[in-house]
Design a protein around this ligand. Structure first.
Ligand SMILES: *Cc1c(COP(=O)(O)O)cnc(C)c1O
Length: 429
């Protein structure tokens, strides 16, 4: 059983200075009524907290650590750039290098713009879509998270024809009304809403493989329908691949489904742990951005040389090793064994994985949408997650998050995880 005394003290201190003691809400562990742990270092598949507890890390900074923490080649690339300066606010050759590597993997991207976070990428993509199409409305899907962008922090509620209500105070109703949210994987509901708003529909934005309501892949026919309808209507299809880009396969979810979106948003992995986002797509659409076009978008630190150096190195390593089949196999081995153990104790669990991303739910069948995810067992989740934290297994502390595995997770880590889970269930959750 881990002792986290120092983390408790640090959390009390942090609460004096930052709302909730954190700079991003999920870190406060409210979803599992836990106490957040404070980390001090990370190596390979492990993170270490301030009380010197060691955890097998199945979050990997929410994706970027796909080749493990503190990868020597990435550290080397950052260190080399560090000697040359941390930021110039001016062009560098590393930006084109990174862009070329991304385009090599994502044929739908002809031009790309770097930004500093996933939120910035989706915010800018939506503005570009509105500017380019000269239309205002956006369709998104319940449970898909696209960063905390005003226009995207919206859920439609239960009625299909209800206009969007903001998920957060501070978003004007007038703006929220321009966004409609439909049930994920529900073709009929999408068609109804689409037909209602198509004349003013700028874009449809979707996580093709959702990772922000747990791990819920889109159905192929559903995603194909989005492509068909948006093309017919001259609305843009935006794939938000901030999480799935370079995570489920080299070419993201769009490669797996064989669907080309008009715009793609990226983040997480492409910065290798430094703050980066990007959005890209068809040349004629991207050239509608300033300074070529009228849609304004800018960033003092965009294309930051440290971040580009780290990202380009990681993407090169991924292109060279193409680890996705082996990552998926490892995730499957872990989840299959987990399932066996839970079944022994007659606790229903459903699991799924693609590439280096995975999910488990306390439910008989795999969820297809946010409503299904909400119905999965909360008590089992909370108890299991807290027990895992106490025993050195770091899974995402919310059932609305996905799991991530790295190339540095070996049979040793997987077997140790399984052994720990067996012991946890023996004690009871
Ligand atoms: C993480 C994420 C974002 C937001 O990225 P930030 O860097 O946290 O702003 C947007 N979309 C998806 C799909 C994400 O997973």
């Amino acid at each position: 059983m881990n002792k986290i005394n120092k983390s408790r003290v640090l959390f009390k201190e942090a609460q004096k200075h930052m709302p909730g003691g954190v700079n991003s809400p999920v870190r406060a562990f409210k979803n599992i009524n836990g106490n957040p742990v404070f980390f001090k270092k990370a190596l390979g598949p492990y993170v270490f907290d301030v009380d010197n507890n060691k955890y097998i890390d199945y979050i990997g900074s929410w994706g970027p650590m796909i080749m493990g923490h503190s990868h020597p080649k990435i550290i080397k690339a950052i260190t080399k750039q560090l000697q040359l300066g941390t930021s110039y606010g001016a062009p560098t050759s590393i930006e084109s290098e990174t862009a070329k590597l991304i385009k090599e993997c994502f044929p739908s991207i002809q031009k790309i713009r770097m930004v500093n976070s996933g939120t910035e990428a989706t915010m800018s993509a939506v503005r570009l879509a509105r500017g380019y199409t000269k239309r205002n409305k956006i369709i998104k899907f319940d449970g898909c998270y696209h960063g905390h962008v005003d226009s995207l922090l919206i859920k439609a509620g239960s009625g299909v024809s209800t206009f969007g209500l903001p998920d957060s105070p501070g978003i004007p109703n007038e703006l929220a009304k321009k966004t409609l949210s439909c049930e994920f994987n529900n073709e009929n509901e999408f068609l109804k809403v689409f037909n209602k708003v198509k004349n003013d529909l700028a874009a449809v934005i979707v996580e093709p493989i959702a990772g922000n309501m747990g791990f819920v892949p889109g159905n192929k026919s559903f995603l194909k329908l989005l492509r068909k309808k948006t093309s017919e209507n001259k609305s843009l299809l935006i794939f938000d691949e901030v999480m799935t880009g370079f995570r489920v396969s080299l070419g993201g979810a769009q490669e797996i489904y064989g669907i080309k979106p008009d715009l793609t948003t990226l983040g997480k992995i492409i910065g290798a742990g430094l703050p980066v986002g990007a959005f890209g797509g068809k040349k004629n659409i991207m050239d509608y951005l300033a300074p070529n076009g009228p849609v304004y978008q800018a960033g003092t630190l965009s294309g930051n040389p440290l971040a580009m150096a780290a990202g380009a190195t990681l993407i090169s390593l991924l292109i060279k090793s193409n680890p996705y089949k082996s990552l998926e196999l490892k995730a499957k081995t872990l989840l299959d064994k987990m399932k066996e153990i839970f079944e022994e104790y007659e606790i229903p669990i459903s699991t799924n994985q693609i590439g280096g991303m995975f999910g488990f739910f306390f439910s008989d069948a795999l969820p297809e949408n946010l409503n299904d995810v909400m119905k999965t067992n909360d008590i089992h989740f909370k108890n299991f997650l807290n027990a895992c934290m106490n025993n050195g297994i770091y899974f995402a502390p919310s059932k609305f998050e996905a799991g991530f595995i790295s190339t540095k997770h070996t049979n040793t880590e997987i077997n140790n995880t399984i052994r720990t889970i067996k012991a946890i269930l023996k004690e009871g959750i």
